[in-house]
Design a protein around this ligand. Structure first.
Ligand SMILES: [Ca+2]
Length: 339
């Protein structure tokens, strides 16, 4: 009986050894061809990848390799609708008149009658409903008179009002030369999620001046919507009643075009466990801390991405699944493609 158990144990060890060799020596695309080899030595992997709910995940080879692709960040938006709060619509369309700096303007005529004359135009963007990391607005506009007092405000949905201070608020006096395009920028990095609601962002531009009526002429109204943190890009699921120690390990790979990565961080949630990090284009953490994946548990992998230039970066690593108390491990190939 003991001898039979030992033979069985030996067979299992040999099988595990071959799985390590097979899985660790192939890339994601080649894994397809080797699926048959893996499934002949074990009925199903003990630990598998599953798609998360952020970014785009592709799972290969019975859950033993995966690719995570993030969309380009920032996403660029232009207004899809307008509302003339004070004044009169004169000409132009959205987004057609305000999606490029050219000779095409969206024009609001100010109020008439008593001073001050006022023009107030509100633009609405339809955006991603994923929590932003930063909102960055650019407005290029001009006035048909000199020195209008201008206020730009981004609607705060949490406060239920347009702000009168903070990052969503900007005032300036337009050029002393009428008809001069001027560029204004608002960058919201503090609680940018307060300024979005169900995929909607609103901005309001108020101009005021005593004297003759005037035109408020918008040339460009643009929103950069930064989605830099991707929660739960992948699930790592333990299908067995045994716990395992897992980590990411990138030490055997050369990465592609990571010079543009201001900050790439991969971690496992709850408790937070740092796994990989690239800071200002250089690998800072190449092997993650061991994380205990309990019996039948699911771990969630998140990434944060900040880039300094456009392009495509590829970051390769293994998910290493260790049998507790041993050096036996399965290596699953994982690739991050950062647009
Ligand atoms: Ca334009």
């Amino acid at each position: 009986m003991i001898l039979r158990l030992r033979i069985l144990q030996l067979r299992l060890m040999v099988a595990l050894f071959f799985i390590v060799i097979l899985v660790s020596s192939v890339n994601a695309s080649a894994s397809y061809r080797l699926t048959g080899s893996i499934t002949t030595t074990t009925s199903s992997p003990n630990v598998i990848f599953q798609s998360g709910n952020a970014a785009t995940s592709t799972i290969f080879a019975a859950g033993t390799s995966a690719r995570v692709t993030t969309p380009t960040s920032p996403i660029i938006y232009y207004p899809i609708s307008y509302n003339i709060v004070t004044g009169t619509y004169s000409s132009g369309t959205v987004p057609g008149s305000v999606n490029v700096t050219d000779s095409n303007y969206f024009v609001t005529a100010s109020s008439t009658g008593a001073n001050p004359k006022i023009a107030v135009t509100e633009f609405t963007f339809s955006t991603s409903s994923t929590t932003p990391h930063q909102l960055n607005f650019t407005i290029v506009e001009q006035y048909s008179v000199s020195a209008a007092a201008v206020t730009i405000q981004v609607y705060n949905y949490t406060a239920g009002a347009y702000p009168s201070s903070g990052q969503g608020y900007l005032t300036y006096t337009s050029s002393s030369t009428a008809g001069t395009d001027e560029t204004q920028t608002l960058i919201i990095t503090t609680n940018p999620q307060f300024y979005t609601s169900a995929g909607q962002v609103k901005i309001m531009i108020t101009a005021s001046r005593n004297g003759a009526g005037f035109n408020q002429n918008f040339n460009l109204v643009r929103l950069y919507y930064f989605l830099e943190t991707y929660d739960y890009v992948l699930k790592i699921v333990n299908q067995q009643t045994t716990s395992y120690s897992i980590r990411l390990n990138s030490t055997t790979f050369s990465q592609s075009n990571i010079g543009r990565q201001s900050n790439f961080t991969a971690w496992i949630h709850d408790p937070g466990s740092l796994q990989l990090q690239i800071i200002t284009g250089s690998p800072a953490v190449r092997t993650g801390a061991f994380y205990t994946l309990s019996s039948m548990a699911t771990a969630y992998l998140a990434i944060r991405v900040t880039t300094s230039a456009p392009g495509l970066s590829t970051i390769d690593c293994f998910l290493q699944v260790y049998v507790p108390g041993t050096s036996t491990h399965l290596d699953y190939r994982l690739t991050f493609k950062i647009a």
